[in-house]
Design a protein. Structure first.
Length: 220
């Protein structure tokens, strides 16, 4: 049976791989691939790295070394470098209040705090899902379970917020962190702004002062 490890190889430079994660007692990271040449590309979720599993619907930490932060970090970074061999550190979007930023930095994981609120992260992620712009690799197991059992209340909370219930969602959290950034391919980023001098020259050009060309003599 085909697994994620069978496909681990350097990605073409036009493709972009982003990582989202959740930190705490239950750790997880997801690798999400975005194709090139698209203003708002679909998301292809390649791999998941939870330090837990679900048994009979109940969450359970993995035993042994697989459940420790050092071994979990090494596994995730090693897989990341299979796709991005030129990278020395792995950037990962996490909650802005994560308490594990300094510790994970020791294992070459750079945590980027996502300042977007949960309500907005959920709203953007549901937009991707409802429009079928999220594609799951067939070997994923934890994320599909969390997506299937995600619960949204019928009404807003007492604070007027429409948020997903925070339970059994550590891998899903990583997906929402990445999707909420609305990734765009590098080629679609805004061009560098013109300087004042360049804009002044462009707006005040006088055609009569432009250099005249002679196809026989060249530029005069």
């Amino acid at each position: 049976m085909l697994t994620a490890a069978d496909l681990r190889r350097p990605l073409p430079p036009q493709w972009e791989l982003l990582v989202g994660g959740d930190t705490g007692t239950y750790m997880s990271a997801v690798f999400i691939l975005f194709p090139p040449n698209d203003v708002s590309p679909d998301a292809f979720i390649l791999e998941e790295f939870p330090n837990y599993r679900y048994v009979g619907g109940e969450i359970e930490l993995l035993g042994g070394e697989l459940g420790s932060i050092p071994s979990w970090s090494r596994e995730v970074v090693q897989a990341y470098r299979s796709y991005m061999p030129h990278k020395t550190k792995m950037p990962m979007w996490v909650d802005v209040n994560s308490q594990f930023k300094h510790e994970l930095n020791n294992y070459n994981i750079t945590c980027r705090g996502n300042t977007l609120k949960l309500e907005l992260r959920v709203e953007i992620s549901r937009e991707y899902l409802n429009n079928r712009r999220v594609h799951l690799a067939p070997w994923l197991s934890v994320l599909p379970w969390e997506l299937e059992h995600a619960v949204w209340p019928d009404d807003t909370s007492s604070a007027g917020r429409f948020e997903r219930e925070k339970t059994n969602d550590h891998t899903l959290d990583g997906v929402e962190h990445v999707l909420s950034r609305r990734p765009k391919h590098k080629s679609m980023l805004r061009e560098k702004s013109e300087t004042f001098l360049v804009r002044f020259q462009r707006e005040h050009r006088r055609p009569e002062l432009a250099p005249r060309l002679d196809r026989h003599l060249g530029q005069n």
